[in-house]
Design a protein around this ligand. Structure first.
Ligand SMILES: *[C@@H]1O[C@H](CO)[C@@H](O)[C@H](O)[C@H]1NC(C)=O
Length: 321
C-alpha cells in the first residue's frame, strides 16, 4: 500500500528548505491576488456622507477632477469646486445642477499657477468656514508643456510645477484638515501619478515626477498621522487616463483598456476612498503596476527615456489643467 504522504523529516534538508520557502512565497502571492479580487469586486465602498455633507475638489473643471465632482454630487454630496477659470466653473456647476438638482454648489476661482500661494490655506479656510467638508479631492496638478532636459526647462515652468504640485497640495490639505480635525472625521485623496511612484524614473519630466513622489510621501505620512483623528488620507496613483495632461506627457488621446476615461477612472477611485494609504484604483492600472515590478529598473529607465526623448521639443498648446 502506498502511504498517503511521505514523512517530511525523511526529506533531505537541501530540498526541504527551498520547498518550504517556495510554499510561503506562493502563499504570499495567492493571498495578494485574493485580496486584490476582494477589493475590486466585493468590498463595500465607504458611505462618503459619513465623513460630512460636502466634498471639495480642486482642478475641478477638467478631466479627473470634473469626473470626481459629478460623481460625488450623484452620491448626494454638496460640492465646492476650485479651479482657475470662472467661466468653466460656472459651466461645470450648471451641468452638475442639471444632473443632480438638489446638490448645493460653491465655486471658488483660484489660479494656482498665478501669483504666489502665500496665505492660500487661510484664504481657502475662510471661504469654506461653516461647511462640513467631509471629502477632499486634491487633484490640481501641472506638468511641463513639453519634455525637456533638466537644464533646459525654463525656470518659470519648473517653478510653477513645484508651486502647484508641492505647495498647492500642502496648502489645500492644510486648509481642509483643520476643520476635519475639529469634527474628527474626513477623507483626503491626493492624486499622485505613476510617473513618481510606479516607474523607477521619469526622465525629461524629472521635476514633475519628483513632485508626484512628494505627493505620495506627503499622503502616506498624513495617513499615519491623522488616523487617530478619524481622517483617512490616501495617495491615489493613476497611470494614464485620457485627459489633456496625459496627452501632453504621452500623446494619449483616446481611451483604451489600459487608458480609462476620466469617468471610468473616477468611478473606480471613489470606491477606494477611506481605505488604503496608497492605491492604484483602476484595475488595469494595478495590473500594469504589478508587471512593471517584475521588470528590471534598467529596462523601465530605458523605456521612459525613449518616451521622454520622443516628446522632447514637441510643444503642445493646450491649457494646463
Ligand atoms: C476660460 O474658459 C473658457 C471656456 O473654455 C475660455 O473660452 C476662456 O478663454 C478661459 N479663460 C481663461 C482666462 O483662461
Amino acid at each position: 500500500m502506498v502511504p498517503p504522504f511521505h514523512d517530511l523529516t525523511s526529506q533531505p534538508l537541501w530540498l526541504l528548505l527551498p520547498s518550504t520557502l517556495g510554499f510561503f512565497i506562493l502563499l504570499k502571492h495567492i493571498t495578494a491576488l485574493a485580496k486584490w479580487v476582494f477589493i475590486l469586486l466585493l468590498r463595500a465602498p465607504k458611505n462618503l456622507k459619513n465623513y460630512g455633507s460636502w466634498a471639495l475638489v480642486t482642478g475641478a473643471t477638467d478631466g479627473i477632477g470634473k469626473a470626481f465632482a459629478f460623481q460625488l454630487a450623484q452620491k448626494g454630496l454638496n460640492i465646492v469646486l476650485v479651479s482657475r477659470n470662472s467661466t468653466k466653473l460656472k459651466s461645470v456647476s450648471d451641468k452638475i445642477h442639471a444632473n443632480s438638482p438638489s446638490t448645493l454648489i460653491k465655486t471658488i476661482a483660484f489660479d494656482f499657477s498665478g501669483s504666489g500661494l502665500d496665505g492660500l490655506d487661510e484664504q481657502l479656510e475662510k471661504e469654506i468656514r461653516g461647511l462640513d467638508i467631509g471629502v477632499l479631492i486634491n487633484n490640481v496638478g501641472v506638468t511641463y508643456p513639453s519634455a525637456g532636459f533638466f537644464h533646459e526647462v525654463d525656470e518659470e515652468v519648473w517653478m510653477n510645477v513645484v508651486k502647484v504640485n508641492v505647495e498647492g497640495t500642502a496648502r489645500v490639505s492644510m486648509a481642509v484638515v483643520r476643520g476635519m480635525v475639529e469634527r474628527k472625521r474626513g477623507a483626503i485623496v491626493n492624486i499622485g501619478s505613476g510617473a513618481g511612484i510606479v516607474v523607477p524614473s521619469h526622465p525629461l519630466f524629472t521635476i514633475y515626477a519628483a513632485t508626484k513622489s512628494y505627493v505620495d510621501q506627503l499622503s502616506r505620512s498624513l495617513h499615519a498621522e491623522y488616523k487617530m483623528y478619524g481622517i483617512d488620507v490616501q495617495s491615489q496613483v493613476p497611470l494614464y487616463v485620457a485627459t489633456k495632461l496625459a496627452s501632453r506627457v504621452a500623446s494619449i488621446e483616446r481611451p483604451s483598456l489600459f487608458i480609462p476615461t476620466p469617468d471610468a477612472y473616477a468611478k473606480a477611485a471613489i470606491q477606494r476612498i477611506g481605505y488604503e494609504a496608497r492605491c492604484a484604483p483602476f484595475w488595469a492600472h494595478s495590473v500594469q503596476w504589478f508587471f512593471s515590478r517584475l521588470a528590471p529598473d534598467s529596462l523601465l529607465d530605458a523605456w521612459r527615456l525613449s518616451i521622454g526623448l520622443k516628446r522632447r521639443g514637441k510643444k503642445l498648446h493646450e491649457e494646463l489643467i
